[in-house]
Write a protein that binds this ligand. Structure first.
Ligand SMILES: [Fe+2]
Ligand SMILES: [Fe+2]
Length: 452
């Protein structure tokens, strides 16, 4: 069962549902998040939404997806503000006038009886595409293949033990027989979901980029931006404190370690430059503080946590998703062009990366509060999905500064050899783009830095 996370005000709902209906409850913060779960686990019991928390078009997107993909999961919506929909499992009711838990129970039981008729209750399907996408990762659960014995009888055969990998031959067989789903035991559901969330953390960070430019940050380059040895030292102290603080979190500690081990990599240069220059920029504001500088350090190193290679990290706008292919494939439409550069799951990963990284960051209590929000907002959208270049003023000030500085670093890293004039030109261009609020202030601070 998926519920939208705004339900917390219906006291204890999650706990009651888990206890009384013995279902697993997963909370999601957005429709897109719900969609990705449905794609991985199409056999949910329920999706419960409060329409007041979503725009109608988002709801329609979810509903259409269920219809198009022929996914038979009950969609329960609170709130009367939705126009009638056709061909749908939508159920409307008014929270004020009914006993909420009883109603959910009623529907659940009805649904569950029908479901029992259809297939065994002990297993839940997982999309095979998702498993193959992560075929180098051993999952901590057993996988089963479902075989139809008669009209309503299935047999489940174990194909893979927990913590083992599929071999090529097996995968060929799946393809040959058009297998689209594997199954896991319902008891393993939570383990599987938790593990899926963590998966990105275990991948290798950005590798060294094969460009003529060596990203090793020389003193010479740094001093063009007024980064002196003292500032370098302050930032490296912050990094050390961050490392000590995260020592008990194996995944994050590894991630940091791997970045630090390759100082010539895009990932290292990108993160350090963002940290250093952002330090310079906040130095121009009167709310500058030690705490702010600590947060900057976390955000600089972890904002692209869930992107696994440079090719993905370098995408900073919707256009970047297909730009690289435009010359060679000029005749193709935009969506086709995009496919030439990135695979579907990579596009998905890019569009969701800010949100996914924020979800992980916010689960770690030792990371200062507010870091998650910068990470979520670092491409301009408040919910962390996609890119928003409209300079929303509803982001927190630090996120706005982060965006401008990242843009600056991004442009700077495209250069083969960096001169002061180049940096001034970059800031000039940014001043034509960023016209309001703290975005503009960040550009003004950058002016002071590169003109000095
Ligand atoms: Fe980035
Ligand atoms: Fe990013």
């Amino acid at each position: 069962m998926i519920i939208d996370s705004e339900f917390s005000h219906y006291a204890n709902l999650e706990k009651q549902l888990e206890e009384e209906l013995t279902v697993e409850v997963t909370e999601v913060t957005s429709i897109d998040r719900a969609l990705s779960f449905i794609q991985i686990l199409p056999d949910l019991d329920f999706i419960l939404l409060n329409i007041n928390n979503f725009e109608a078009k988002e709801f329609v997107k979810l509903e259409n997806f269920l219809i198009d993909e022929n996914i038979d999961v009950a969609l329960l919506v609170i709130g009367a503000a939705i126009p009638d929909r056709q061909k749908t499992t939508l159920l409307k009711f008014n929270i004020e006038s009914m006993n909420f838990l009883d109603l959910v129970k009623d529907i659940f039981i009805k649904n569950d009886i029908e479901r029992k008729k259809k297939s065994a209750q002990l297993f839940t399907p997982v999309e095979i595409g998702y498993i193959l996408e992560h075929r180098e990762t051993p999952f901590p659960v057993d996988f089963f293949l479902r075989i139809k014995r008669s009209e309503d009888e299935f047999q489940f055969i174990k194909r893979l033990h927990a913590n083992e990998l599929f071999d090529d031959e097996e995968i060929e067989k799946f393809k040959k027989h058009n297998v689209t789903q594997l199954f896991i035991q319902k008891n393993d559901y939570k383990t599987f979901l938790d593990f899926s969330l963590k998966i990105n953390l275990n991948k290798k960070p950005a590798s060294k980029m094969n460009s003529a430019f060596n990203y090793h940050l020389t003193r010479e380059v740094l001093s063009l931006m007024g980064v002196d040895e003292e500032l370098e030292k302050t930032v490296s102290t912050n990094i050390k404190e961050m490392e000590a603080n995260l020592a008990s979190n194996e995944a994050l500690a590894n991630y940091l370690n791997l970045i630090k081990k390759s100082p010539d990599s895009f990932a290292y240069a990108h993160s350090s430059l963002v940290a250093l220059i952002l330090n310079k920029v906040v130095g121009k504001f009167d709310w500058d503080s030690k705490m702010i500088r600590e947060k900057i350090c976390y955000a600089a190193f972890f904002h692209d946590l869930t992107l696994v290679d440079d090719k993905l990290t370098r995408v900073h706008s919707e256009e970047d998703l297909y730009k690289e292919a435009t010359v060679e494939y000029e005749f193709l439409s935009q969506s086709k062009l995009r496919d030439k550069v990135f695979k579907d799951f990579e596009v998905e990963q890019i569009l969701q990366h800010a949100l996914n990284a924020a979800i992980i960051i916010e689960k770690i209590p030792s990371i200062p509060s507010g870091v998650g929000q910068i990470v979520r907002e670092h491409h301009g959208s408040k919910n962390g999905i996609g890119f928003n270049n409209s300079q929303s003023i509803s982001l927190q000030p630090l996120s706005m500064l982060f965006m401008v500085v990242e843009d600056f670093v991004h442009e700077m890293m495209k250069l083969e050899k960096i001169t002061k004039a180049d940096l001034q030109k970059i800031v000039k261009n940014l001043s034509l783009i960023y016209l309001k609020s703290n975005y503009k202030k960040a550009v003004e601070a950058l002016y002071l830095i590169v003109d000095a």
